[in-house]
Write a protein that binds this ligand. Sequence first.
Ligand code: TYD
Length: 215
Amino acid sequence: MTVPLSTRGKLLVFEGIDGSGKSTQINLLADYLNAHGIRTLCSFEPTRGPWGMKVRQAAAGNERLDIEEEISCLLQDRREHVHNVIEPALEQGTWVLLDRYYLSMMAYQGASGCNVEEIREMNEEFAPVPDLAFWLDIPVETALLRMAERGLARDAFEEASFLEHCYRIYASMDMPWLVRIPALGDALQTQQQIRQAVAEEYPQIFSRANTAALA
Ligand code: TYD
């Protein structure tokens, strides 16, 4: 039996270069949605399933898989994630908050030289289009500083030029459901912008009064 469209959950996606604060913002938004009686599920990609772990382990060893293999693992990981986690949750009316989705593939594998539009098409063949996606926009220099603070910096020159390329691809995306959020400032200010965008998209659920202050 198919659930009526109106009861389907929403897919909210958080994107940005490394160190842009996605997980903090996801947790704050989940609190806000829960306070409005909305059931949420927070997840991330690459997942910790076998395909995602293959990519993560290679990166942790400071290597990258060969690009064809990387794309194939990431697509397989996303297929399983959509089938086993994302779709079932949306069908049950749960709102799914994702830390990275296929826009990451457009940015990162695009920065490795793959055709960005082709990557989008490959993904949209099986992956539901987000209801809303937030690009947390921070400068590359800030991302590098934050990564260094967390002990994540690798070869600084290589990292900087690669992240610059990822950044430019994010900046060039113009889907109607993608919202750019300047994310350099205070985390709560950033969250306020996200809540406002969500409230404007779904005015029937979030009244103005509820979004004026952080819960
Ligand atoms: P990240 O969110 O940094 O994971 P964590 O904070 O858990 O370590 O994601 C790991 C990396 O995966 C990130 O550098 C971007 C990359 N990635 C891709 O290259 N393509 C993709 O399709 C996805 C989802 C991620």
